[in-house]
Design a protein around this ligand. Sequence first.
Ligand code: PGA
Length: 252
Amino acid sequence: MRKPMIAGNWKLHKTLDEACGLVSEIIPAVASNQDVEIVVAPVFTALSKVAEILSGSNIKLAAQNCYPEPQGAFTGEVSPLFLKDVGCHYVIIGHSERRQIFGETNDFINAKARALADAGLGTIFCIGETLEERESDQMFDVLRHQVRLGLKNLSTEQMSNVVIAYEPIWAIGTGVTASDEQAQEAHAFIRALVKELYNPKVADATRILYGGSVKPGNVDGLMTQPDVDGALVGGASLKAADFARIVNFEKV
Ligand code: PGA
């Protein structure tokens, strides 16, 4: 049985005070939920303080990015070693904003995936197609390419720390969500791909999250799909009540 995961990606939002306030509101709202793995990913500068507030709660901490080398002359970067040190359980990599705005390649993302595996940190590995790619029937090729290269050289054992997030780029921050059927179709394809690259056991155990305009109003339908194991939530994770409602989803 795959434990559902709901992860809030706060992106570049919430100052230190605001982050502490938000997480203090989320904690009681989700405290009774033991069925879902709950994760929040604040900005780097808030990680340490948020980690303190989360201590003893059922919410885990994630970072939004990392650099693949453990330490050295890499001005401005933060590595898995330092993120683990501050209390992170997970790190998001491969987000479309990093791919598109910062030009991150599949190879670079793979280096991060391997560094996280080496550090024993969980990875939330994002993939997804553009609208243009979907409309020109390239979606499956794009997803295959991203998964193959992004997870290259990760062992079967290391895959147990990897969560895949399918985030169609046309659905991120746009208010347009993939339909339940579109999400299920992509998730089933990704699971089949993991089976092909690894084995049926790994495919069955790997959680695949959906991301892209997930809200209280659409989470229940998405979570009812057999291959949707959770959500990576941007905008709606910035409001405690909305995020809590998503965490406390109900299958329809
Ligand atoms: P959104 O963002 O929920 O605001 O669409 C999702 C994401 O980018 O992870």
